[in-house]
Design a protein around this ligand. Structure first.
Ligand SMILES: NC(=O)c1ccc[n+]([C@@H]2O[C@H](COP(=O)([O-])OP(=O)(O)OC[C@H]3O[C@@H](n4cnc5c(N)ncnc54)[C@H](OP(=O)(O)O)[C@@H]3O)[C@@H](O)[C@H]2O)c1
Length: 320
């Protein structure tokens, strides 16, 4: 973990440490077809009046390396975004910190005017002084400026779902969320979400605002937010699983028994590890909404075809 920078904390969890290639573990024959639709995942409510397919697209990977600056091929990234919509995606996850600004700008350039029913969820509360730095700034004035910047870049009058990207240890959560509640009252935000929270923080957040969604890192290989998922199930809150493919867990030094079991299941079914990981999430709980991120059309199609996959009770038991 990096040291504290300024008055806020460095957020390694949000950053893009180099991920190692997983090709050797992807025992492929991925089943993707041009007709796969993420609608096969079913739908989920993100607060009253906002229903989306239970399978989204994470738009962090469409920026430059380390989620910094523009991508090498902006036209290719716009094609990925458009193809995501062709495949039934109606929930896109982004943040002002991705690029920074680049992901939101590309989404608007590729998809505006937006089709009816498309929800673009974005986040504020993290700044990027340089490529490796992800620094919390959840002061109310910053959140207001961040939200207004996202509205402009995304060319929206109201953001369907706006997350507090993290909890800033220097700013009381009630103050950060209080500002989001004010932005909501002004009509700039439809629903409020929180990201990278503990159960205790979620409880505090719910005392201040109606929380429509939690977004934490969660996958078969990474269960650190299991208690938060359970709290979301109990409260009927959508749990958006970020980093759903947990590719770092596929490296030899980080492998665990869950990954080994998932690999056996993927091999037996003739699907890729990414598809098995997504199928596990969709099976794990009806409140889980995975948002796999990719810059590749091939991976996008492969991932989308997972929306129809579910693991059996026996397979879930094997993964543990
Ligand atoms: N709230 C937060 O703090 C937070 C933090 C991290 C992420 N997020 C959100 O969650 C989304 C997903 O997280 P993530 O992108 O970090 O992790 P991820 O979805 O688990 O994995 C993405 C990585 O896997 C690769 N990949 C995607 N599909 C693949 C496939 N079928 N086979 C092999 N490799 C594949 C991608 O590379 P290619 O580009 O080559 O496909 C990319 O390197 C982000 O886009 C972002 O919206 C939120």
């Amino acid at each position: 973990m990096q040291t504290t920078i300024d008055r806020r904390r460095f957020l390694r969890a949000c950053g893009g440490a180099t991920l190692l290639a997983m090709s050797a573990l992807t025992r492929a024959s991925p089943k993707s077809t041009a007709t796969s639709s993420v609608a096969a995942a079913g739908t989920i409510a993100i607060g009253p009046g906002l229903q989306v397919n239970r399978f989204g697209f994470g738009a962090m990977r469409i920026t430059g390396p380390q989620e910094w600056g523009p991508p090498a091929d902006a036209a290719a990234m716009k094609a990925v975004l458009r193809r995501a919509l062709d495949l039934g995606t109606n929930f896109i996850d982004t943040a002002d910190a991705y690029g920074p600004k680049v992901s939101e700008e590309l989404i608007a350039a590729a998809l505006h005017p937006y089709p009816a029913g498309l929800v673009i969820a974005t986040k504020g509360g993290i700044v990027r002084p340089s490529a490796p730095e992800w620094v919390a700034d959840c002061r109310p004035a910053h959140l207001r400026a961040a939200c207004e910047g996202s509205l402009k870049r995304l060319r929206l009058e109201r953001i369907g779902l706006y997350y507090l990207h993290t909890v800033d240890p220097e700013v009381p959560l009630v103050d950060s969320l209080g500002e989001l509640v004010r932005l909501q009252a002004e009509g700039k935000i439809q629903h409020i979400g929180v990201s990278n929270v503990t159960v205790a923080e979620l409880r505090q957040a719910r005392a201040v605002a109606t929380i429509a969604s939690v977004q934490n890192s969660y996958s078969a290989a990474n269960r650190r937010s299991e208690d938060v998922l359970i709290a979301c199930e109990q409260a009927g809150i959508a749990f958006v699983a970020h980093t759903p493919l947990a590719r770092r867990a596929l490296t030899p030094e980080r492998r665990n028994a869950q990954v080994d079991a998932l690999e056996r299941i993927a091999g037996a079914r003739g699907v890729s590890m990414a598809q098995a990981a997504l199928a596990w999430l969709l099976t794990r709980s009806p409140v889980v909404l995975p948002i796999p991120g990719t810059s590749s059309l091939r991976h996008l199609e492969e991932n989308a075809s997972s929306a129809a996959l579910r693991l059996s009770a026996d397979e879930m038991k094997q993964v543990g």
